[in-house]
Structure formats: structure tokens, C-alpha cells
Write a protein that binds this ligand. Structure first.
Ligand SMILES: Cc1cc2nc3c(=O)[nH]c(=O)nc-3n(C[C@H](O)[C@H](O)[C@H](O)COP(=O)(O)OP(=O)(O)OC[C@H]3O[C@@H](n4cnc5c(N)ncnc54)[C@H](O)[C@@H]3O)c2cc1C
Ligand SMILES: Cc1cc2nc3c(=O)[nH]c(=O)nc-3n(C[C@H](O)[C@H](O)[C@H](O)COP(=O)(O)O)c2cc1C
Length: 455
């Protein structure tokens, strides 16, 4: 019909068709948005009225923040009168999700866009299969840090998987960049919308307190790999409360974010001890955290800090053997565990520690020799990468000792790894896959017998 018109009329007609198509398309989008808003309102209203079914609050955390936020979430819902089940994601099955009415997920991302170690089984077994979750309504709080290339990757993947299984979002996924208080406030306001209760009080990271620097010693005078300092701090309030595996969070003056350090001591030592590598920025200036601890702060000065629970790196409470693997400042976390094991009289410990050169990088040599003599360390492998012509690292020693690793694991050993992620833990992980098989290492992770504090 358009061909029968003169060129002018044809142009008008074509423009009309385009305008109509555009109107239809916009209408479709508006209708979809309205439908989604209605579904969200209905989902929220059901919770506010109390459908009776408990809300599942599931968390996956590597260094404890997601767990802390999940607990606060559960507390806020409970206070508002909503029944809650709080569970680590590692214990949640597909059947749990299919049977739940509402679920809130608080999950972090670690490594290079990876799920926390404790959530690997969920990722493999539950997210690796299809489920009918059309009866589930969900919310996701995805923790991460935009400094990493794959920001909040696990939360995003989880959210996409839930949608693909037919679950309905209670609200849009909320992403938290390095503890961003605005994102946390948004989550709290979403919880308040859901329950109809007033918004829970602010839950920014817990406050720090003053800790006094009481000791500092250079562990590697003249070392080629950068100064490593043994640093000791005592709390002004005298409260010494942590377990081996926990972290010390320092807020340096002028820094927007806190810095984590693995605690190298146990409370009976009377203070927190750390092993800190002095870092320098591209401008040659010392790093804010390591510079404060290793240089600027004088003995007797205070720094603002707190102890942070790090359940992913706690030891299982068992007499079974322990393989402790680390390099450089990673000795810190292993030292706390060795001290705890010594105090518990648990002696089947194998320490594999790597540094550059025996002199001067043999951090805490006297102590390690003492533990070896007294039997706390049953097997010791010190690997100094530059003390021979070929470069040797802990992962090489591990591979060479494959038979013994398998025997220790068969005997129930837990493997702890502490220290640099790129330089060490990835290579150790690859060696363990070769030694134990991918399934063997996955089974060990699922059983909580492969625990890491890597950075
Ligand atoms: C879970 C965890 C445990 C940690 N435990 C320890 C520990 O026991 N001992 C310890 O010394 N550090 C540890 N760190 C690292 C520590 O938190 C700081 O990142 C480090 O001290 C640098 O902070 P800064 O403020 O001194 O440097 P910034 O001012 O943040 O940066 C200064 C310079 O250092 C570089 N830099 C920062 N971090 C690293 C790094 N890891 N490797 C190489 N270059 C870096 C930066 O690119 C920059 O050029 C841990 C980190 C995490 C996440
Ligand atoms: C070793 C390490 C690796 C990390 N990798 C990522 C990452 O790949 N992507 C991201 O968004 N955040 C990453 N983060 C930031 C964490 O997700 C963020 O600090 C989060 O708040 C930690 O929560 P958690 O304590 O519950 O594990 C990483 C943090 C650490 C310490």
C-alpha cells in the first residue's frame, strides 16, 4: 500500500510505522517494569505479613565479613519478628532452596573472582546442576572490592544462577565495594521494606580501638626481599581475645581502607605479634599500613586496630596431624597455629616454609629449631629459593614429598596455607591437585581440611 503513495506521503507513512513500533516497544518495557515492581511488592508484602515460613539467610565468607553481615541480617529479621534460619552456604542443598520461601544470600568473592573456599562444594554440586526454584524469592548481597578485576564475581554468578532457575528477586542485587557504608545502608533499608520494621541501626565495620606498639625487630637485616619486621602490639583495654588463624585489622592514618595482617601469636603471649613486610609505592614512599607499623610509629605510640575473626583459617579441633605451608610473611599465620598446637600438646605438625636465603631470611629460626627439638614439629622443610643454582620453592618440595603428603592426608591431616597468593598459594594449590587429584583436594576442602589465609 505504501508503494501506491507519492514520495512525500510515503516518507510520512514510514515515519509513522517507526513511531508506532517505538511506542509498542516502550509500552512493552514499561509493562515489564510494572509487572516486576508488582512482583517485588507482592514478594515484600508476603514477608511483611509473615508467610510463616522462615527466611533462609545463607552466607559464604573467606575472611569473616560476609558472615558478620549475615549474622546482623538474621538479627535484624528476628528483631522484626520474622523467623530466620542462618546457615553457611556450604550446608545448603538444592532441596533446601527448592523448599524455601525466601532466601537472602550474603557472599563474598576471593582469589581472582572465586567463591570463598567454603562455598566451593555449593558452587560445584548445587550451582552445577539445574533446579526448579520458581517458588523461591531471593536477595543477594555481593561483597567485593573494585580493585580486583572480577568485582563481586561470585555474588553475580550466584544471582544469575538463581534467576536462571526461576527464582524471583525480592529486590535488585546489592554490591558492596570494600565495605561501602551506602551499599550496606541500602541492604538494611531493603530488609526494613521486607519486614515492615524500622531500618536496623548502622552496621558499618566494628570500631577499632587503640593498640600500643610495644616491640619491633627487623627479622632479615640486609635481606634482598624487602625488610620483614616482627611487630608487637598490646590493646589499651587489655582484652586479649582471638584464636590462631585470626587477622589483625589496622586502620593507618590517612587510609580509606583498613589493612589486614595475619596474627602470629596467641593470647597467652600477652599481645598481638605480626610479621610485616615493608612495602613501597611507585613513588618510593613506604606503604600506609606497613610503613606505619615498620617505620613511623615509635615504641609506645598507639595505632587504631582490632582483631578480626577469620573462621576460614581456624584449625579444626582435632589431634589429627597438620601440614603447615607458607612463605615469607606467611609464617605469621602458621606460627600462631604452631603455638596453639604446642600448647594443646598436639605434635604431629609438618612445617614447609620458604624464603629467599637462609641468611638472613630464616625468620624465627631459634623458635622453629626449638619446636623441632621438642617434637612439636615432627617434620621440617625449609626451602630457600636462592641458596642453590636453580630456584626452589615450597611447591617443589611439596611435589618431591608427594608420597609423604598422601600418607599424612590419609592419616587425617589438615593442610593450612598462609602467605602470598600469586607468588605461592596458587603454585601450592596446583601441586596439591597433582599430588591428591582434583577430586581429592576438593574433598579435603569440603571437609574443612584445606584452609588458606592468602593475600
Ligand atoms: C588476609 C590478609 C592477610 C595479610 N597478612 C599480611 C601479613 O601477615 N604480613 C604482611 O606484611 N602483609 C599482610 N597482608 C597485606 C597487607 O594487608 C597490606 O596489603 C600490605 O601491608 C601493604 O599495605 P600498605 O598500606 O603498606 O601499602 P599500600 O599503601 O596499600 O601500598 C603501597 C605499595 O605496596 C604495594 N602492595 C600492597 N600490597 C602488596 C602485596 N600484597 N604484594 C605486593 N605489593 C603490594 C602496592 O601496590 C603499592 O605499590 C595481608 C593481606 C590480607 C588481605
Ligand atoms: C586475597 C583476596 C582476594 C580477593 N579477590 C577479590 C576478587 O577477585 N573480586 C572482588 O570483588 N573482591 C575480592 N576481594 C575482596 C573481598 O571480596 C572483600 O574484602 C570482602 O569484603 C571480603 O569478605 P569476607 O571477609 O566475607 O570474605 C578479595 C580479598 C582478598 C583478601
Amino acid at each position: 500500500m505504501i508503494e501506491a503513495l507519492d514520495p512525500q506521503a510515503r516518507r510520512y507513512a514510514a515515519a509513522g510505522v517507526v513511531a508506532l513500533a517505538w511506542l509498542a516497544f516502550s509500552g512493552l518495557i514499561a509493562a515489564r517494569q510494572a509487572l516486576r515492581r508488582r512482583a517485588e511488592r507482592r514478594a515484600a508484602a508476603t514477608l511483611a505479613q509473615g508467610s510463616g515460613a522462615p527466611v533462609l539467610v545463607a552466607f559464604a565468607s573467606q575472611t569473616g565479613f560476609a558472615e558478620q553481615l549475615a549474622r546482623a541480617t538474621a538479627q535484624a529479621l528476628t528483631t522484626a519478628g520474622a523467623p530466620v534460619i542462618l546457615r553457611p552456604l556450604s550446608t545448603v542443598t538444592a532441596a533446601d532452596l527448592a523448599g524455601a520461601d525466601q532466601a537472602l544470600f550474603v557472599v563474598s568473592t576471593t582469589g581472582e573472582g572465586d567463591a570463598p573456599d567454603s562455598a566451593r562444594a555449593f558452587l560445584r554440586d548445587v550451582m552445577g546442576a539445574a533446579s526448579d526454584l520458581s517458588a523461591l524469592r531471593h536477595g543477594v548481597l555481593a561483597l567485593g572490592d573494585r580493585d580486583y578485576a572480577r568485582f563481586a564475581a561470585f555474588g553475580r554468578t550466584l544471582n544469575a544462577w538463581l534467576a536462571a532457575q526461576g527464582a524471583t528477586p525480592l529486590f535488585d542485587r546489592i554490591e558492596v565495594d570494600d565495605g561501602d557504608p551506602d551499599a550496606l545502608a541500602l541492604w538494611r533499608s531493603r530488609l526494613a521494606d521486607l519486614t515492615g520494621a524500622a531500618q536496623a541501626a548502622d552496621w558499618n565495620r566494628p570500631t577499632c580501638g587503640p593498640w600500643t606498639l610495644t616491640g619491633r625487630r627487623l627479622l632479615n637485616p640486609g635481606g634482598a626481599g624487602g625488610e620483614a619486621w616482627h611487630v608487637r602490639l598490646e590493646p589499651a583495654d587489655g582484652v586479649l581475645d582471638w584464636v590462631a588463624g585470626d587477622l589483625f585489622e589496622v586502620v593507618p592514618d590517612g587510609a580509606a581502607a583498613a589493612r589486614d595482617y595475619s596474627i602470629a601469636s596467641v593470647p597467652s603471649d600477652g599481645g598481638v605479634e605480626l610479621i610485616v613486610r615493608l612495602r613501597h609505592g611507585p613513588d618510593g614512599k613506604p606503604g600506609l599500613g606497613s610503613g606505619a607499623l615498620c617505620r613511623q610509629a615509635a615504641i609506645g605510640d598507639t595505632v587504631s586496630a582490632r582483631v578480626r575473626t577469620n573462621r576460614a583459617f581456624h584449625a579444626p579441633d582435632t589431634d589429627a596431624p597438620m601440614i603447615l605451608i607458607g612463605a615469607g610473611t606467611g609464617l605469621a599465620g602458621l606460627r600462631a597455629h604452631l603455638k596453639a598446637r604446642a600448647a594443646q600438646g598436639r605434635s604431629r605438625n609438618w612445617l614447609l616454609f620458604g624464603e629467599r636465603t637462609a641468611a638472613p631470611d630464616d625468620f624465627h629460626r631459634d623458635e622453629i629449631e626449638g619446636w623441632t627439638a621438642s617434637g612439636v614439629i615432627a617434620r621440617l622443610d625449609l626451602v630457600f629459593s636462592r641458596d642453590q643454582s636453580e630456584r626452589l620453592y615450597v611447591q617443589h618440595r611439596l611435589r618431591a614429598a608427594a608420597e609423604a603428603v598422601r600418607a599424612w592426608v590419609a592419616d587425617g591431616a589438615t593442610i593450612l596455607v598462609c602467605g602470598s597468593r600469586e607468588g605461592m598459594s596458587q603454585a601450592v594449590d596446583a601441586a596439591l591437585v597433582d599430588i591428591l587429584g582434583a577430586d581429592g583436594l576438593a574433598a579435603l576442602t569440603d571437609a574443612g581440611r584445606y584452609r588458606r589465609d592468602v593475600y
